[in-house]
Design a binder for this molecule. Structure first.
Ligand code: ZN
Length: 162
């Protein structure tokens, strides 16, 4: 691999790490459970969620590509390089500035939002495998609900445990 390819790879690994940390957060996990219950999707309908790193030459749109493999019960999420059409809030950022890390807060925020909404999107496809429009609309509504859920949760004072 040449130097530039290595940087792309490092950048994607950084994005994947960030995505994993976002999706592992307790409020995300709790909300996903609530959403599955509300939609009547059995929790065993999905076996695992993977965050994958695409080869740098692979081109897809957006900043995060999601797929659902129904038979394998598997959701896969792939961060995408910014010059291929992603990261709307940081359009002029050059990959060379990144040095393999996501240092820009607005990009982090965008990747956080997209990671969560894409996870909702792919999970909703379990119920609506072929209704892309409906899934898009629902995922966006659920994301709004999640923000409220997450915000309310963090404002609630916690009782000390034990
Ligand atoms: Zn879809």
């Amino acid at each position: 691999m040449d130097r530039y390819t290595k940087k792309k790879q490092a950048f994607l690994v950084g994005c994947a790490d960030w995505t994993v940390s976002v999706l592992n957060k307790a409020d995300v996990q709790e909300f996903v459970e609530l959403m599955l219950i509300k939609e009547g999707i059995p929790p065993d309908a999905v076996r695992d969620v993977r965050v994958m790193v695409l080869p740098p030459q692979y081109r897809v749109r957006g900043i995060l590509h999601g797929t659902l493999h129904l038979e394998a019960k598997q959701v896969s999420l792939y961060p995408v390089l910014p010059q291929y059409g992603g990261f709307s809030r940081a359009p002029n950022r050059d990959l060379r500035m990144w040095e393999g890390e996501i240092s820009d807060p607005s990009t982090k925020a965008e990747l956080t939002h997209v990671s969560i909404e894409t996870l909702f999107h792919e999970l909703l496809h379990l119920k609506y495998p072929n209704d892309e429009q409906r899934v898009r609309k629902l995922a966006s509504i659920y994301y709004g609900d999640f923000e409220e859920f997450s915000g309310t949760r963090s404002r609630v004072p916690r009782f000390p445990s034990g």
